[in-house]
Write a protein that binds this ligand. Structure first.
Ligand code: NDP
Length: 289
């Protein structure tokens, strides 16, 4: 059996088309949705992510502001800028690119963002709202995964969902969303005793670990939906330097029913959902004014 491929680029293009229409409708009412992105330091991967986020805004007719600070910038400088952006009615979403330099207290910086502009959904208020089942902003990567599952009408009620990884930005919010969708959820992590025992039970398997190709075909239930969040650069072999996921695509696709590729799977959906959150923030702000 060869799995169907869940194409994140195609779904992303479709969702972005809808976003462009909504952004145009807002503009016609005098509001241009605007995302402010703050980058501290010169981490090359972060610089690429920020560039893609800014370009994503432009393509759907949204405005963006990009503030870049040197790696030795003081936390107070960044906090002062966040205060300014919080107060600016023309700014609807604020995002601080992670990771921050070591001398920053990342939690304090994220907590400084006004919850109604926290389009990454990392502020404690928004984390709490998600846990209570009344989310204001859903963190972008798990939000993208849910959109992908929805687009394929994957049956979630009563399904066994297994998530490998328990980070605050992917694994934990993913578990909340699948739980709310009616799955029975298992969350695995580095101390899980027998990982394959759990993954083999999964109707829906989400890998968010950061270890190249660690989930192999023999760890997957026949016909399962496999969502690969991992983005890793291969260190050796014929494909050295190329990107791969946490799932060994070649063996997994022979067992799974539906699978996301890397690249071209969850990655494009993450930025699309950031744009969605920003647009929703702008629509809410317009509704209030
Ligand atoms: P983190 O490093 O924050 O979390 C990794 C998780 O994997 C941890 O919970 C860790 O467990 C768990 N883990 C590590 N080793 C094992 C193991 N051997 N068996 C089981 N679990 C293990 O990573 P992120 O959640 O931030 O990211 C995960 C991956 O997703 C990365 O490749 C990242 O690049 C990618 N990513 C992709 C995005 C996209 O848009 N597609 C967006 C965000 C991330 P423990 O908690 O016990 O340490």
């Amino acid at each position: 059996m060869t799995a169907r491929i869940l194409d994140g680029n195609a779904l992303s293009a479709q969702v972005r088309g809808q976003l462009a229409e909504r952004a145009a409708a807002l503009k016609a009412r005098g509001v241009t949705p605007c995302l402010a992105v703050i980058l501290v330091g010169e981490d090359p991967a972060s610089a690429v992510y920020v560039r893609n986020k800014v370009a994503g805004c432009e393509k759907v007719g949204m405005r963006s502001i990009k503030d870049v600070y040197p790696i030795n910038a003081a936390q107070e400088t960044v906090l002062a800028r966040i205060t300014e952006l919080n107060a600016d009615p023309a700014v609807h979403g604020i995002l601080v690119q992670l990771p921050l330099p070591k001398h920053f207290d990342a939690e304090a910086v994220l907590e400084a963002i006004a919850p109604e502009k926290d389009v990454d959904g990392f502020h404690a208020d928004n984390v709490g709202a998600l846990m209570q089942g009344t989310p204001r902003f859903i963190p972008c990567t798990p939000y993208g995964v849910m959109k992908m599952l929805e687009s394929e009408k994957v049956a979630l009620k009563g399904a066994e969902a297994v998530i490998v990884g328990r980070s605050n930005i992917v694994g934990k919010p993913m578990s909340m969303l699948l739980l709310q969708a009616g799955c029975t959820v298992t969350v695995c992590h580095s101390q899980t005793r027998d990982l394959a025992f759990h993954t083999r039970r999964a109707d829906v398997l989400v890998a968010a670990v950061g270890r190249p190709k660690m989930i192999t075909g023999d760890m997957i239930k026949p016909g399962a939906t496999v969502i690969d969040v991992g983005i890793n650069r291969q260190q050796s072999g014929p494909d050295a330097g190329k990107l791969c996921g946490d799932v060994d695509f070649e063996t997994a696709k022979e067992v799974a029913g539906l699978i996301t590729p890397v690249p071209g799977g969850v990655g494009p959906m993450t930025i699309t959902m950031l744009l969605t959150n920003t647009l929703e923030a702008a629509e809410r702000a317009r509704g209030k004014s």
